[in-house]
Design a protein around this ligand. Sequence first.
Ligand code: ZN
Length: 432
Amino acid sequence: MTETDIFGKKVPILIKNVRLNDKPTEIYLDGNGIIGAVGKAVKDHDARFIIDGEGAVALPGMVNMHTHSPMSLLRGYSDDMPLFEWLSTKIWPIEARLTESDIYWGAKLACLEMIRTGTTAFNDMYFMMNSIANAVDEAGIRACLSHCMIDNGDHAKFESECTVTEKTVAAIKARQNPRIMAGVSPHAVYTVSEEGLRWCAAFSEQENIPLHIHVDETDENPDCIKTHGMRVVPWLDHCGILSSRCIAAHCCWLDDDDISLFATRGVTAIHSPVSNMKLAVGRAFPYPKLKAAGVSVALGTDGASSNNDLDMFAEMKTAAILQKFIWNNPTIMPAGEVLAAASRNGAKALGLDAGVIAPGFFADIILVGKNPANVPDINSVSNAVYATGGLAVETTICDGVVLMHKGIIPDAEEILAKSEEVAFDLIRRATT
Ligand SMILES: [Zn+2]
């Protein structure tokens, strides 16, 4: 099998002479999407394709735990504004004009950027999720997709949102594509009623699927206390939202009691440092306290209109340096912990056997090539977190299938051209 026809094929692959944990290693992918062997001189008799990993570093594929993938179309459309003004005057009006085709091409662009920068799975919250599922299916990566439910306290809207969520979950499950999972997503406490939150909690339990929600991105507590008589996190718990299925985005304004409740319920907290700093949410994610309490932390970029990229390498570096700076302690969030937050911890929260390069795990692997920003390779994890950007990724493999090799993604040009055309057309429709 040659380099040009390896794309999209699920065949046994041997990656030779690659560096893993600072040692030369061979990695054998078994042709069924699983890592078959890792070590020196592994059996390669049935490998249909051999990747020469000389000079490259193998890392687990990144898992982006908080995104709104079609917002890639809105990259650069509106920046440098306060969060609620930005949402209400710019983002929500243009989102109201999005068509199925826009959503599809936005998700195609997002998947392309993720493959290019080494992400092999993402946790997405948006709407028209079947169009996103089509894009993910074609791209070859993994995703957990959930309809962003907003009822604003309106019972009729609540009922229609439940129907959309049920239909979305049923349609995603009916695909029987092991790379595409369904989730449920109440947007946030300030946009979803008590009945909405309770329904989402029960539905997530009934379907045994993740629940993805924004929590305390800004200080949502004074309003929540005024409306419900308690802070956001106890209110969510009161509504049944907090469980080991719960994936809570942002979490900047948690207090100590909120953190212990997260620990007790097994919630995963998602750190999105670039978006938080760009939107100036007023407080940093309390990583040291979450870690001390035993809360699992993963990373997410947030949508491309508040980041403005989906590069998990940039997110790793930003997370590490923000946490050290804000708590004035350079020992906080060392490189190994950041890499785990960007890969294994997110995979665990989604129930995926991924994020680790070892036999039996999913063959979701990326190879980072040698470049001026990662030489010398004294410590490849340090280089990955602090030095190398996602564009240094040369090869992306998901589910044992090569999606990018030597920086080439077969349909990249078409996706770039079409998504740019779709984005300008959307802006024209929304502003005239
Ligand atoms: Zn978000």
